[in-house]
Design a protein around this ligand. Structure first.
Ligand SMILES: [Zn+2]
Length: 168
């Protein structure tokens, strides 16, 4: 079984706090800087011992949690609060997804390999991830509607993956 990648927003400020570092494997701040969370990716290969990054209720096993920091106070597409994701930050998210997919040996990114927390909740309505709204909007891309965010992220991430594969 291969790992999958689940994208989140932290619902916090534009920079990670200690709680964020506990819950995700990788975090990206508003300036596009990448942070390593406190748990290793492999700690989520088996969650039975309780020492893992808890980022996706009902779906933590074999899941790499990548979060963009921000979106505290998000209410709706027209009221997104004051911690809106930046363009450099979302670009770094796409690139990070690609690097992880590359490391895991994937050449094609689909929604079994890379999905948002929101998509996971929709696919698994009987988990505590049901109803999660991250990631339903990408502020730098206001025209991308909620139901299209996952595909948009996968397409952008695939572009970066193709660049990595071309260098192989
Ligand atoms: Zn989430």
């Amino acid at each position: 079984m291969k790992r999958r990648i689940i994208n989140h927003w932290t619902a916090g400020t534009l920079f990670p706090n200690n709680q964020d570092l506990e819950h995700y494997h990788f975090l990206i701040d508003a300036k596009g800087l990448l942070y390593l969370g406190l748990h290793s990716v492999s700690s989520n290969d088996c969650v039975s011992f309780g020492d893992y990054a808890a980022h996706t209720g009902g779906g933590n096993t074999m899941s790499i949690g990548v979060a963009v920091c921000g979106m505290a106070g998000f209410v709706s597409p027209t009221n997104q609060g004051k911690y809106k994701l930046t363009k450099i930050q979302t670009e770094k998210l796409f690139e990070t997804n690609a690097i992880l997919a590359f490391q895991e040996g994937y050449e094609i990114i689909d929604d079994n390999i890379l999905l948002t927390h929101m998509e996971f909740g929709l696919k698994h309505p009987y988990t505590s991830s049901a109803g999660k709204i991250d990631i339903c909007r990408l502020p730098p891309y206001p025209d991308v509607k909620s139901q299209d965010v996952g595909d948009f992220i996968r397409k952008k991430s695939q572009w970066y993956l193709n660049k990595l594969l071309a260098k192989k």
